[in-house]
Design a protein around this ligand. Sequence first.
Ligand code: NI
Length: 135
Amino acid sequence: MIYVTRREVFAASHRLYNSEISEEENLNLYGKCSNKYGHGHNYTLEVIVAGTINPKTGYLIDLKILKDIIREEIINYVDHKHFNFDVPFMTNIIPTSENIATSFWNRLVNKLPSGKLYSVKLYETENNYVEYKGE
Ligand code: NI
C-alpha cells in the first residue's frame, strides 16, 4: 500500500453556534468562537489517497488530477467564504473542524479516478487538527 498526499490551504470564516440552544448556552459551550459575526482561520487541508502503484504510469494517482478534484469539490466552495452562510454543502451543519472534515470526505470519496480516499486532515491552526478516515 502506498499513500499520496495533496495539501491545500484556504481562508474561511465560521461561527460555532447551535440554533437549537439559547445564546447563553452557546456562549458557555463555544465561548468566543460563538461571537455573533464569526471569525476567520487560515485552514490547511491534507487529503491522503491509498492504493497500489499502476505499473504503466508509476502513479497511484496523478497529483495534478487530485489537485483539480480537491479544488473543484472543496476549495472553490470554501476559500474566502463563511461556512455558516456561503457553503451549500454545510447548510445547517455546525462548522466545527470535525463537521467540516467529514463534509469534505463526503465530497471526495466517490470522485477519485484511482486509489481510495484514506484520510482527510483539516488544520484549523498549527496546533489543532482533526483527521477523518470515513469510519
Ligand atoms: Ni474558529
